[in-house]
Design a protein around this ligand. Structure first.
Ligand SMILES: Nc1ncnc2c1ncn2[C@@H]1O[C@H](COP(=O)(O)OP(=O)(O)O)[C@@H](O)[C@H]1O
Ligand SMILES: [Mg+2]
Length: 256
């Protein structure tokens, strides 16, 4: 694993203007992602996590500070950075295959190749056989799988995930997290995932970043030393529970 950062934020501060004055969403946030890392970001609701992810994806320009993608400042959306939001929806009039194919079409791929690639991606997220299904024919978990496949379509190096499975029931969410880890192990994308679930963060990440309440800033960083694969037997390890506890404590110390 190279130690050169792939994506980094330097003292990001963000203010939203509102009719009742400015809202300071983020204050001096700095972070660094290294190639192939799986990092989770946890923080209380409203602390600026989504704002930070949008800035890291080049979708929002920060009031102050800079984001660097490898050796260059990020000036806008970039093909190398993919993002999945909790609520971004699929186009209901397009099949699963057509939804995944969309970014490829926009990227100028020849139709036949785009179809092949979309098919392959759907298989990778466990949706073989559902290529022709429309979103309303798919369960919530399957729809999230399509959204994940769509984000992977342009083959980004970095995947930013904003509570991607938060709306799902616990069992479905666990399955999707397993699928995500499997994808990550196979493709070694760099992942930054926002979650409000401390146990999920400790299970998935190499490193957990903890944010304070608004204005959000990173107050702690906890390394997760457990070897992979991390199966259900993690619950039997006191060290795992201790890590979960440490993250909770750090969140508490931020006042959350
Ligand atoms: N477009 C916006 N205009 C004004 N305020 C906003 C906007 N988006 C978010 N905020 C405010 O910024 C703060 C951080 O929001 P957000 O990044 O969504 O937090 P989180 O994802 O951690 O819940 C909140 O107080 C929210 O109300
Ligand atoms: Mg959010």
């Amino acid at each position: 694993m190279s130690d050169r950062p792939i994506l980094s934020a330097h003292r990001i501060t963000h203010l939203y203007p509102t009719p009742r004055g400015e809202i300071l969403a983020l204050r001096e946030v700095s972070l660094t992602l290294r190639p192939g890392e799986f990092v989770c970001l946890v923080g209380p609701s409203g602390c600026g996590k989504t704002t930070l992810l949008r800035i890291l994806a080049g979708l929002l320009l920060p009031t102050r500070g800079e984001v660097w993608l490898r050796e260059q400042p990020l000036r806008g959306p970039d093909r190398r950075v993919g993002i999945v939001f909790q609520k971004d929806s699929l186009l209901p009039w397009r099949t699963a295959m057509e939804n995944v194919r969309l970014p490829l079409e926009l990227g100028g791929w020849p139709p036949l190749e785009a179809m092949e690639r979309a098919k392959e991606l759907l298989e990778q997220v466990g949706l073989k056989g559902f290529e022709q299904a429309y979103p309303q024919e798919l369960s919530g978990g399957m729809q999230r799988r399509v959204a994940l496949a769509r984000a992977l379509a342009a083959d980004p190096e970095i995947l930013l995930l904003d509570e991607p499975f938060a709306a799902l029931d616990a069992i479905t969410r666990e399955r999707l997290n397993e699928a995500l880890v499997e994808l990550w192990e196979r493709q070694r994308k760099t992942v930054l995932m926002v979650t409000h679930d401390v146990q999920e963060a400790a299970w998935l990440a190499d490193r957990v970043l903890i944010m304070s309440p608004r204005p959000g800033t990173i107050v702690a960083e906890i390394q997760i030393p457990f070897p992979r694969p991390r199966g259900a037997d993690r619950w039997a390890h006191p060290a795992f529970l201790q890590t979960v506890w440490a993250i909770r404590q750090a969140l508490g110390n931020g006042g959350g």
